[in-house]
Design a protein around this ligand. Sequence first.
Ligand SMILES: [Zn+2]
Ligand SMILES: [Zn+2]
Length: 257
Amino acid sequence: MRLTLIENALDSLREALDKVALAQIDARAWKFAVLNVVHTVELVIKYRLQKEHPLLVWADVDRPKQTVSLQVALERLQRVGVTIDAADQDAIRAAIHWRNNITHYETEFLLAEVQANFLVIFEFLDTFYKREFGEDLTSHLDGNHASIAAGLIADFRRVDVTFQGRPMRRSWPAQLLAAQRVLELMLDGVLYKRIRHGDELESGDEAIPRYPTPDTCHDCEARVGDLHGPGCDSERCPRCSGQLLSCACNFEAPANW
Ligand SMILES: [Zn+2]
Ligand SMILES: [Zn+2]
């Protein structure tokens, strides 16, 4: 099983890198690159869990039939003391969301954002593997794939930028700006207007704390009056007033998300 996980992870990574190469000719290939790199992350995280204890990869340890979801795997990993920084968690979370909604992006896929997110995830994968297993993941690749990977690592080292006076990851401003165009969300088949940063109190839900609104959102850096960025943990669900990220409403990802 151990061998299987890492071998499958490498297969997914090779597939992702093939799509990256293809994306130079056809930008739509980025979305398949994302699908594959998320799958790679999933397998590498499970591989790390397995190193901690073989049973940890199973959803139900008493009935080892189905392995855990990526989300649960991430949570378990942190519970056993392996840290994953917030920015990386955001990127992975956004990618899980994209993966689950990939068919919605056939026509209006924001490739620049997907590309930026791919790079954050790829970089996470690279550093995580090195840190947790003491070797380069890319050392298992043939020359062609290794050189595509090296190109990614060199070109897209994470660099913070300043946007609207706030420091943030380079990929984030584009995502935050794109989020401003998504005014409504389809929740359980009904369109709702999204709740802006600072408007949370107007949702009419007693349960929402009435603390003063910070000038910028702690998670996504949206300013008061702006819409939150994709995957922000502060955004309220306009249907149930819960946390949009975790509420039970069925969320259909709009284009540009
Ligand atoms: Zn936010
Ligand atoms: Zn909801």
